[in-house]
Design a protein around this ligand. Structure first.
Ligand code: HEC
Length: 113
């Protein structure tokens, strides 16, 4: 026979685990759906290192006036696909379509000055 107190504790632990799992799973998705715009992808995946305003931090500056402005398109694709230095590869976490959308966003911010 299991005493009621012990049973209640087991349920409490189970409940906490369920809530934790749900939180972790929600976090893993990053809230990034397949139709996320370039800006949404940038803010979710790039801004932690390159800052929301593209001014750079851990990652190099990408905004207007930065060296990134002069880089060819292929350089962006290769850097994002393969990663570079401390920057991770996004080959398996972003689709080609999402990568091209995020590049379009970065270039549009550069062009807006
Ligand atoms: C964990 C931090 C981190 C994240 C996240 C990150 N980057 Fe970077 N990024 C870097 C670092 C560091 C460099 C410089 C690498 C080097 O030159 O050694 C860099 C370099 C770059 C460059 C090349 C800039 C240049 O002028 O050479 C581009 C373009 C770039 N990142 C775009 C992105 C995009 C787009 C995303 C999101 C999909 C992203 N990065 C996410 C850290 C990051």
């Amino acid at each position: 026979m299991v005493e009621t107190g012990a049973l209640r504790r087991v349920w409490m632990v189970a409940l906490v685990l369920i809530v934790l799992c749900a939180t972790v799973l929600a976090g893993c998705g990053d809230g990034l759906d397949a139709n996320a715009s370039g800006e949404e992808i940038y803010n979710a995946r790039c801004s932690s290192c390159h800052r929301r305003d593209l001014s750079g931090g851990i990652g190099s500056p990408l905004g207007p006036g930065s060296e990134a402005v002069d880089r060819p398109l292929e350089y962006y694709e290769i850097t994002i696909m393969s990663g570079k230095g401390r920057m991770p590869s996004f080959r398996s976490s972003l689709t080609e379509e999402q990568i091209s959308r995020v590049i379009d966003y970065v270039i549009s911010v550069q062009e807006a000055g």
